[in-house]
Design a protein around this ligand. Structure first.
Ligand code: UT7
Length: 330
């Protein structure tokens, strides 16, 4: 369904691109090294397999490929902002985004990293939307890229089965809130009293997650955030064509959809194939849904994420009908 031309300047999504590592690791392979099995992983999470980078491949490498794919999807070859949401930057200093911008051939684009863990993509979308609307930039690549295989303890069955590597990106351009692709409303939030629930402790090398505590918070907060965002966009929940939530756990998505009274067929999920890819999760799900024809031009999309921080965010977006470009690398 097409929104009427809104007449207000805003940002529109004009392209979507992804990059997944070629190596597929299925549940049986994970179970060879850990006290777990396919039945447990699949029934508790919906995950069947995940992708893993080859040694030497970094977040920046995946981000460059996904960024190039999003530019190609939009039929563009430049932009003036690169915003990279990640928990696994290539180095602690400097940020990874400037090098990504240079490798994409973008001269003098503003470029910075954004740290909001699994909510990073929605945070990035919101920031880029605001910067475009304010006139700070004209065209922005928002990339979510993470290589959690570099921070997950391979011996911790609570996290090792859950996460996968990947990157996804969208191109945002100046437009009108009535245009296909329009970002109509975004909302962000945080609660730092929960910062211990997902963390790399100061003296630790690996990520720790109190999964069941996060689970409960994720369900209630994602439902509230999604409901409020739809209302601010002027949508009835019944009019939402697709709910594109952060792919942390299929049961979380199902529970949130139930709270929102959204029928299961409106819930987009690709967690079976890619697992939880953190900041990359929502653009990867968007691209898969578009590639499969599950979302089309004018559809009302409700994007909602939740993750470490704790952080969360939602966005109401009218899909542009952009053809996704989906790439791979080692
Ligand atoms: O992306 C950022 C946000 N993250 C999330 O939203 C993640 C939210 N949390 C989850 O998705 C789930 O909590 C997990 C998938 C991480 C864990 O599933 P769960 O159903 O919450 O399990 P649990 O942590 O409550 O553990 C239940 C049992 C425990 O055994 P006991 O104590 O009952 O004997 C665990 O030791 O399951 C055990 N367990 C496992 N068993 C087999 C935990 N992990 C595994 C495993 N295989 N991989």
């Amino acid at each position: 369904m097409s929104a009427a031309r809104g007449g207000r300047a805003g940002a529109v999504v004009t392209g979507v691109g992804t990059c997944l590592p070629e190596t597929v690791v299925d549940n049986d392979e994970v179970s060879r090294h850990l006290d777990t099995d396919h039945a447990w992983i699949h029934s508790r999470t919906g995950i069947e397999r995940r992708r893993r980078v080859s040694p030497g491949t970094t977040t920046g490498d995946l981000a460059v490929t996904a960024g190039a794919a999003a530019l190609k999807s939009a039929g563009r070859d430049d932009c003036d902002l690169v915003l990279l949401a990640t928990t696994t930057p290539d180095r602690r200093c400097p940020a990874t985004a400037p090098r990504v911008a240079s490798r994409l051939g973008l001269r003098a684009a503003a470029a910075f990293d954004l740290a909001a863990v699994c909510s990073g993509f929605v945070y990035g979308l919101s920031v880029a939307d605001a910067m475009i609307t304010a006139g700070t930039c004209d065209r922005a690549l928002v990339i979510g890229a993470d290589v959690y295989s570099s921070i997950v303890d391979p011996d911790d069955r609570g996290t090792a089965v859950v996460f996968g590597d990947g990157a996804g990106a969208v191109l945002l351009e100046r437009g009108d809130t009535g245009d296909p692709g329009a970002v109509l409303h975004t909302e962000l939030g945080s609660d730092g009293t929960g910062d211990e629930l997902i963390t790399i402790p100061p003296d630790g090398a690996y990520l720790t997650m109190r999964g069941s505590d996060v689970y409960t918070r994720a369900v209630t907060t994602m439902a509230e955030s999604a409901r409020s965002t739809a209302a601010h966009a002027g949508w009835d929940l019944a009019d939402v064509d697709a709910f594109v939530g952060h792919q942390a756990n299929l049961r979380i998505l199902t529970s949130v959809a139930k709270r929102l009274r959204l029928p299961p067929e409106r819930v987009v999920s690709n967690i079976a194939d890619v697992a939880n890819t953190a900041a990359a999760s929502i653009p990867l799900a968007l691209a898969d849904a578009a590639a499969q024809g599950r979302i089309g031009s004018g559809d009302r999309l409700l994007l909602t994420a939740f993750g470490g921080g704790l952080t969360w965010g939602s966005a109401a977006v009218v899909w542009s009908g952009a053809e996704p470009v989906q790439d791979q690398r080692s």
